[in-house]
Write a new protein. Structure first.
Length: 188
């Protein structure tokens, strides 16, 4: 991961040299932090099981599945993911707008994590929805309302990354970089 981090830092320095209005968007769960939060599922047949955020990102729901996201109303054993937190810190030191965009229903756990990690307060958008289209819609609305020239998106969910990447066709004048965050269990 160290060489990837160095390569990314070099890229940031080069990118920052170029002019343009930039928006950087980070997912929260499994991108900036690993938590013990689980999605509790009750299937249409009454079977109960739990999914991690990573498992939920690739889960294909069955008809009748009922999802309980109550664990996400608080922080459950949060552990910062070192290398993505370092990228966030480097971006914050270089300027540009940074937003945390989460499927969680509440901003409070994210703000708590930022404070505990010694990060400055950031804008946190809690969508209360795990549909990848919702993250893409948020970014599209920011491009339209704020005129960003560059959008860089970081997310562990490939579905979310693809939804944001697809915005390039709608906004040909905007450089949209959608980064799929894949990591091992490196945490702080």
């Amino acid at each position: 991961m160290t060489s990837l981090l160095r390569k990314y830092i070099r890229q940031i320095v080069l990118t920052e040299a170029a002019r343009g209005k930039k928006l950087r968007v980070f997912d929260f769960d499994d991108t900036l932090v690993k938590t013990g939060s689980l999605i509790h599922v009750t299937s249409g047949t009454g079977e109960r099981f739990d999914l991690t955020p990573g498992e939920f990102a690739v889960y294909v729901p069955d008809p009748g599945d009922d999802f309980d996201f109550s664990d996400f109303s608080r922080l459950v054993d949060p552990q910062a993911i070192k290398w993505t937190n370092q990228i966030l810190r480097n971006i914050l030191s270089g300027g540009g707008e940074v937003v945390i965009l989460t499927a969680r229903a509440s901003e409070a756990p994210v703000h708590q994590f930022l404070e505990e990690a010694g990060l400055p307060p950031l804008e946190v958008i809690a969508l209360a929805n795990a549909d990848p289209a919702k993250k893409a819609e948020y970014i599209a609305s920011r491009i339209e309302s704020d005129g960003f020239d560059v959008v860089e998106f970081f997310d562990d969910s490939y579905k979310n990354v693809e939804a944001v990447r697809a915005l390039s066709g709608r906004y040909p004048g905007v450089k949209i970089i959608a980064r799929h965050v894949v990591h091992k269990t490196e945490i702080s």
